[in-house]
Design a protein around this ligand. Structure first.
Ligand SMILES: [Fe+2]
Length: 234
């Protein structure tokens, strides 16, 4: 596809985020950059995510976020990159929201890997064409030493929107998402998947009429995350 044909115009801020680095990765994400896990057996009660304290923070559409773990335990979506206090996205500390969501906290801790930001996202409905304009890559490994594990993100869908989906695309040679590589991960209740969101361009198309909620957690790659993924495969 010629550069001029792409729906995103260059330069795009995601293009310059590093792709190839020496950080240790997990094997499960090597081939495709994402892995779909077994659905969560029993849904998280609505009170665990509807009653949290949300903050106005836009990422990938019309979104609000409820921080469950942050760099310092404060309710702050910028936490890890606060000017003067920059640090990698791990070593997260639970916020006051965590007291309202023991099941969510237990799910995060059960992974056994070092976690960074943990947040519930609230996403308003967003059709496919609108979503594609929000597609991006994450800067998950900013300030992460090369010898430490590559930070990736996991999703747990809290609401049930089986017709909504996450769009994933590899980056093409032009530095923009390659539509020929598109895959769609369905967002029914309990859907769980891990994505290398620094490698894959990603965004959610939400076809519902009510907001969609999901738990997003950053985890450091390493033996613990690898073992957890292996144990959660379908
Ligand atoms: Fe993202």
């Amino acid at each position: 596809m010629a550069v001029t044909d792409h729906w995103l115009s260059r330069p795009h801020w995601s293009t310059d985020i590093p792709l190839d680095t020496p950080h240790p990765r997990v094997g499960a994400l090597a081939e495709h950059g994402y892995v779909v896990l077994r659905d969560l057996a029993d849904p998280i009660p609505g009170a665990e995510y509807l009653d949290l304290e949300y903050m106005d923070w836009k990422s990938g559409g019309d979104t609000n976020f409820a921080p469950v773990a942050t760099a310092d335990g404060e309710l702050d979506c910028r936490g890890f990159w606060k000017p003067g206090h920059e640090r990698p996205d791990k070593g997260g500390r639970f916020t006051s929201n965590a007291e309202q969501c023991p099941r969510i906290v237990a799910e995060v801790e059960s992974v056994g890997a070092d976690f960074g930001r943990v947040r519930v996202i609230k996403l308003e409905p967003q059709p496919y064409d609108d979503a594609l304009r929000q597609i991006h890559r994450d800067d998950n490994n900013r300030f992460n030493p090369d010898t430490d594990g590559w930070v990736v993100r996991s999703w747990l869908e809290l609401t049930d929107f089986p017709d909504s989906f996450m769009v994933l695309m590899e980056q093409g040679d032009d530095g923009l998402p390659d539509p020929d590589t598109e895959v769609r991960v369905p967002l029914h209740c309990g859907s769980r998947f891990v994505v290398d969101t620094q490698r894959l361009w990603h965004v959610v198309c939400h076809t519902g009429t009510e907001p969609r909620y999901a738990l997003i957690s950053s985890f450091e790659s390493g033996p613990a995350l690898e073992a957890w993924i292996d144990a959660q495969l379908p």
